[in-house]
Design a binder for this molecule. Sequence first.
Ligand code: 3H9
Length: 713
Amino acid sequence: MNEFVRLTINDGVAVITIDNPPVNALGAGVPEGIAAAIDRAEQDRPVSSIVLNGAGRTFVAGADIKQLEDQAHGRGPGAPNLHGLLKQIEDCSKPVVMAIHGTALGGGLELAMAGHYRVAAPDAQAGQPEVNLGIIPGAEGTQRLPRLVGLAAALEMCVSGKPIRAPEALRLGLFDRIIDGDWLSGAVTFAREMAARGGPHPRTRGRNEKLGTTESNAELLAHGREQARKTRRNMLAPLAVIDALEAAVTLPFEEGCRREREIVETCLASGQAKALIHAFFAERAAARIPGISKDTRTYNIRRAAIIGSGTMGGGIAMAFANAGIAVLIKDADQAALDRGLATVRNNYETSVNKGRFSKETMDQRMALIHPQLTYDGFENVDLIIEAVFENLALKKQVFAEIDRIAKRECILATNTSTLDIDQIAAGTSRPQMVIGTHFFSPAHVMRLLEIVRGAATASEVIAAALALAKQLRKAGVVVGNCRGFVGNRMMLPYMREAQFLLEEGATPMQVDQALVDFGMAMGIFAVGDMGGLDLAWRVRQEYKYLEKPGVRVPLVLEKLFEMGRWGQKTGAGWHRYDEDRKPIPDSKVEALIEAVAKQAGIPGRTISDDEIIERCIYIMINEGARILDEGHALRAGDIDTVYLAGYGFPAYRGGPMWYAGAVGLKKIYEKIMDFHRQHGELWEPAPLLKRLAEEGNTFASLDASKEVLAVRS
Ligand code: 3H9
């Protein structure tokens, strides 16, 4: 039909195949190709029925997000209006069967719902993930989905954005049959059956039997809005999608579609959509490293080993087992190993009890984790990750040992969060095989994997670490070997500034609340209490050598440490905690802060929430600009991915560097200059920030110019 869509006739059944790699997005040319193929098949008299499917690994992953991005930024024609195509399919006189494998997402599911029937491979998934891009389904999905699955399920799918699996889709009425074995020939058989059964074939837009009653819908919509406000805090799209679903149950189909279109356009014009679309592409761009291509030779990780069964080691072992990779886990001490494995088992049991997966899945995962006290079997693994205590001498000793045992092509990785990879690599006979894999706690949950490139790390090893991140379903970001790498290096000034704010008159609860209202997953003091103030204190001691005479340092942390207030583990830190671990303001801490500030001669004043955000977030942005300038991050988008996947930064703000662009670099630079005058050298503006602000540029435009250079070179 055209380069994206093929039509073949299989014994009276027209098979239309969308072939637009990698994910068959509905980019320019695809809707036109489908329309032409449907038209041809309908005209072709011997054709009894039509099967539409996707080539390669998936059905259709939705509209082309690049087109949506252009539309959001007012460039180009944007995503096409699919109304005509969907109506053509639904009105087709021959039964149209959508054959789904892989994923039918966004516009892909909307296309599928316009078919008369949907059949699927057993592992297929379907979803409306548009809210995760700050928009709502814009190809009549909000109008057809409740007609197929009912309002309650449609609300759940559209607000969460989470896909559902084929058996659930079958149960809800979204799919008509699951096909074991060859799903495409099964779909062709199904199409023949439907043609033989004869029409009329069901048009989704005319199906009103699941649309509920006014009363039941009012309750569902009210509950949905309440849930959306709670679970998708501060986000516009989840509430907007509920408005569109409300239109489905209150307006005729055509009017509902018009309402949906208006809402999607409002969403696309929002800053949130721009930020979330940026986040989507930034995470994928992070896997593109100059000098590494699809042809770069790499190492497959089939078997791995971990040294250390503490919180990190255990979590990493779970991440591997969850991805189906067998893993040895070694500790020096039987009691520690037993404790580590008990925690792993306990975590899995909690998931089983919450219904996240079955006991059988848990047993399969546990069977992939092999605890041991020796290095037996380490000679056969493809990757060894050291996750012992954060101490350079100890890590060097471990690396010397594994260097002797591991096969030559085994990658030696360290989970250090602060130490110098090159020093660790120098003690081995294979520095080119040494890399940092910095997981975030809990490692089986947090999506970020900082991949730390040492001076000698080979490209093949970096490529292998990126592939591993993908295998573990994590966001892999390659970072340079600087102190704290990207995430923790930016976190340090953030934590410091938050503490200064206390000394100047804010309370820990006020700072935390302002940060949570801004959208952070947790306040910085709650984060400190969760990680342990003993740990924060130890990090502080390590970094003490960086402190310069005359430059301000936070004063309260040491006092809390000395008082044994180490955070949640001791029941109190910056906050107190109730039995449910809910933070409660603590007047003792407030009095301590006041006394310490008074003694240091720091005058108290009223601190506004705006100042809290500016001091905490702008200091991170300034450090981010230095990291970028030094080349310790390849792109500003990489820094955003680090903060979105690992530090609870609100996705709808796109990450700290994107947020800087949204506020305006000029405004941020001027504010930083103000703070520099007021608070001294810790606020020295980063030269890159100054330059971009003066040029009227953003970090995103800097990234874009680098991508252009990479393409040209
Ligand atoms: C929508 O449909 C709106 C509608 O309601 C209509 C409105 C009018 N477009 O993730 P991967 C690229 S909104 C363009 O690494 P995986 C991706 O950038 C859309 N490009 O693979 C990457 O490119 P590169 C709703 C897309 O196997 C490559 O494909 N749909 C699109 O881990 C591989 O991607 C969604 O939100 C796209 N739609 O996961 C689904 N999708 O190699 C978004 C992917 O150059 N997509 N790319 O970096 C996904 O969730 C995952 O990509 C998917 C595959 C699960 C499909």
